[in-house]
Design a protein around this ligand. Sequence first.
Ligand SMILES: Cc1ncc(COP(=O)(O)O)c(C=O)c1O
Length: 398
Amino acid sequence: MPGMEVYGTEERKEVNDVLDTGALFRYGHDEIRKGMWKSKEFEAEVANYTGAKYAHAVSSGSTAVATLLAVAGIGLGDEIIVPPFTFVAPIEAAFLAGALPIFAEIDETLCLSPEGIEAALTPKTKAVLLVHMLGTAADIDGIMEVCAKHNLILIEDCGQAMGAFWQGKSVGLFGKVGSFSFDYFKITTCGEGGVIITNDLDIYNKIDQVADHGHTHEGNNRGMEPHHIMGFNYRISELSAAVGLAQMRKIGEVKANNQKNKVYLKNRLKEIPQLEFRAKVDIEGDSAATLNFFLPTADLAVKVIEQFSAVGISGAAYWFKNQYHFINQWDHIKNLSFPAKLGVHYFGAPQDYKNLQLPKSQDVMSRLVSLGIRATWNQEELEILGDKMVNAIKKVIG
Ligand SMILES: Cc1ncc(COP(=O)(O)O)c(C=O)c1O
């Protein structure tokens, strides 16, 4: 979780700028803000780092995904392909938008696979909500090909993938629009926040308006701005943006350290021939936020996790059993439980959610062990950790 690891004086300085002026709101109030526009600066940093033409900050990665769907035209009754392995936010966002999520298979990339998407298509499928999991880009080439072939809108939830690039291009720029989360657990954090990126001016204008009750942000009289479309309050506060700004200035260094530490640990694990690693990783583009490997069986994966815990290795995850990241634990979703009527209640589910057959995803996830990489490990800590991991795995595998 490098974002929180590297929090320090730079973040405090940016926040104090805002506290000193009291200009907590991102729009207007020019007379008190002493020329400081933290949200705008934060967006400029994200645009500069990702290479996006436009970036817009919002209150969270979740509201960012809600915005993505709206501006991509995904709404009531629209079928949209989603993965069974993801933080649950994009699935919730799809349901809350009135859309009808269709779960497709992931593969050893830990993201939707092109074959999985193709197998799940129906004549009504409108879009693919691709989630780049655990800091690394999905199989972009294959997925773009399928989307082009079937005329599907590609939307990218890069909530976990700030810093991830595919052949030199940032995630979030392959489809119509993409978004990042800056919550407390991410590689760049501002406590709570999100950023949406796009190269399309028309889409950007819609994002700007949807995220602020339709405000067009023209002129200097907020109450008299024209409004063409409806929106809602997904705004970020200047305080959060100030932290995000400082964090974005650190991502290059964080990513470089992550990569160095990940390469070391991965090389150590290569001593164990029974392990396989996440597929199709663009090593240079990897944010290296996590190291992911597969055991030959689910039973061995569980035992490795138990052994890691027994020897005091922290930051290891068995996502297969996680309540919020894997479909097996999503009874609330399969039961379509929500206090109000959603599109899916009206139209009916596009799949039998309670009897979904996703054998590839089950196999991949049940054998997966993940480790969060820290940017601040020193060489000695790394070596101790490498020894512990190798010994723990060897003890389990025999
Ligand atoms: C892939 C993905 N999308 C969206 C989100 C939601 O982000 P937030 O927690 O900032 O609302 C997350 C958060 O973990 C995520 O992992």
